[in-house]
Design a protein around this ligand. Structure first.
Ligand SMILES: [Zn+2]
Length: 132
């Protein structure tokens, strides 16, 4: 009796795993901006939408400014207009911190609430050094 031995060769097909590398494009404008709540460089999606106001910076703090402007209200009893002042706190991103000083006329734009008092962000300087 002759036994026939059949040797089966199993060929393993090795699949090469293709590693897809996603090139993340980062915006570099020369100056480093580590502020996550920056409307231009930040990654926390601070979008300018809604109302805009113009006012003079009366106070500057790290990361925020206080602007003030006057508005006219008609007083029907005296048939005249009265001036009222409004103060608004606005966020100042790190990369724009050197461009804004006390006394500048600036424009602010509404954004989502960042904290209890801040729901605006400064957008641009309208005029430098209006009031010292
Ligand atoms: Zn920035």
């Amino acid at each position: 009796m002759v036994k026939k031995e059949t040797v089966k060769k199993s060929v393993k097909a090795q699949k090469s795993v293709l590693s897809t590398s996603i090139a993340s494009a980062k915006i570099d404008n020369g100056s480093k901006c580590n502020d996550r709540l920056c409307p231009i460089h930040g990654d926390r999606k601070l979008k300018m939408r809604g109302r805009t106001f113009e006012g003079i910076i009366v106070r500057k703090l790290p990361g925020r400014v206080t602007i003030q402007f006057e508005r006219m209200i008609k007083s029907s009893k005296y048939e005249r207009y009265e001036k009222r002042k409004t103060k608004i706190h606005a966020r100042l991103p790190d990369c724009m911190s050197n461009n804004f000083e006390v006394g500048d006329l600036v424009q602010i734009a509404e954004t989502r609430p960042i904290s209890k008092m801040i729901h605006f962000v400064v957008s641009k300087v309208v005029k430098k050094g209006v009031k010292e």
